[in-house]
Design a protein around this ligand. Structure first.
Ligand code: NYM
Ligand code: MG
Length: 224
C-alpha cells in the first residue's frame, strides 16, 4: 500500500465549536461531549477561547478582569490574534485525526465586540479578521432565554457580564447566525442530560458527513 492511499484511509478529525451566552452551560457540555466521544473511540482535544495562557491571552485576561483597559478595536484584534496563534495547531490536530472541541470561537469574537455599540465597530468590521481561520464543521449554539439566564444566578465579575451587554449579545448572535452556515441551535433550557443528548446526535450527524465535506474549510465572509 502506498503512503497516499494510506492517508486517504485516515479520517480527519472534526472541528466542533460550542457557542452561547455566559451561563448557557458551554463548559459542562464541552466536558460531557469530550467524554462521550472518547467512549466512542475518538481522539479528542478540548480547547477554549480566549486561551489565557499565551502572552496575548494574558493581555486579554487582564482586560476581562478589569485590571487593564484597551481600546475597543485593539482588544478585538487581540481576541482574533489569540485564535490565529492557535489556528495552525488546530489544523494539524484535525489532519492527524483528532476531533477538536472549541469552547467559544469567532462568533463570540464578533458579537461581543459589536455589542459595545462603538460606531466604527460593526458586526461586519468585527468579522473581517476571522476570514481564513479554520471553519467549524458544526457550530452548536446553546440557546437560553433571558429569563432562564436570570434563573441561573448572578453575573460574574468579568467585563461584559451585565444585562445590557448580554441582551445585545443575544440579538447579535441571532443576526450573525442568519449570515453564517453550519449553526445548529440547541435548546439549552432543558436538563444537562437532555441537552447533551441533543448535542451528541447533532455531532454524530456531523461526523457522518465528514467524508462529504472533505478537507477542513476556512471561514468565509458573512452572507448579505
Ligand atoms: N469573548 C470571548 C470576547 O469578547 N471575544 C472573543 O473572541 C472571545 C473568544 O470573553 N464574556 C468574551 C466572552 C466572555 C469572555 O469567555 C470570556 P469565557 O468563556 O466566559 O471565559
Ligand atoms: Mg464567562
Amino acid at each position: 500500500m502506498t503512503g497516499t492511499s494510506q492517508q486517504t484511509r485516515t479520517q480527519r478529525g472534526a472541528l466542533i465549536v460550542v457557542e452561547g451566552l455566559d451561563r448557557a452551560g458551554k463548559s459542562s457540555q464541552c466536558e460531557m461531549l469530550q467524554t462521550y466521544l472518547k467512549e466512542q473511540g475518538h481522539s479528542v482535544k478540548y480547547i477554549r477561547f480566549p486561551d489565557r495562557t499565551t502572552p496575548i491571552g494574558k493581555l486579554i485576561d487582564s482586560y476581562l478582569r478589569g485590571s487593564a483597559n484597551q481600546e475597543d478595536h485593539a482588544i478585538h484584534l487581540l481576541f482574533s490574534a489569540n485564535r490565529w496563534e492557535i489556528a495552525k495547531s488546530i489544523e494539524e490536530d484535525i489532519n492527524s485525526g483528532i476531533t477538536v472541541i472549541v469552547d467559544r470561537y469567532s462568533y463570540s469574537g464578533a458579537v461581543y465586540s459589536a455589542a459595545k455599540a462603538n460606531p466604527t465597530l460593526s458586526l461586519e468590521w468585527a468579522w473581517q479578521p476571522e476570514l481564513g481561520l479554520p471553519r467549524p464543521d458544526i457550530c452548536l449554539f446553546l440557546s437560553i432565554s433571558a429569563e432562564e439566564a436570570a434563573k441561573r444566578g448572578g453575573y460574574g465579575a468579568e467585563r461584559y457580564e451585565n444585562e445590557t451587554m448580554q441582551t445585545r449579545v443575544r440579538e447579535l448572535f441571532r443576526t450573525l447566525f442568519e449570515r453564517q452556515k453550519d449553526v445548529y441551535v440547541v435548546d439549552a433550557g432543558k436538563t444537562l442530560t437532555e441537552v447533551s443528548k441533543d448535542i451528541q446526535n447533532a455531532v454524530l450527524n456531523c461526523l457522518a458527513c465528514l467524508d462529504t465535506i472533505g478537507s477542513l474549510r476556512k471561514l468565509g465572509p458573512l452572507a448579505k
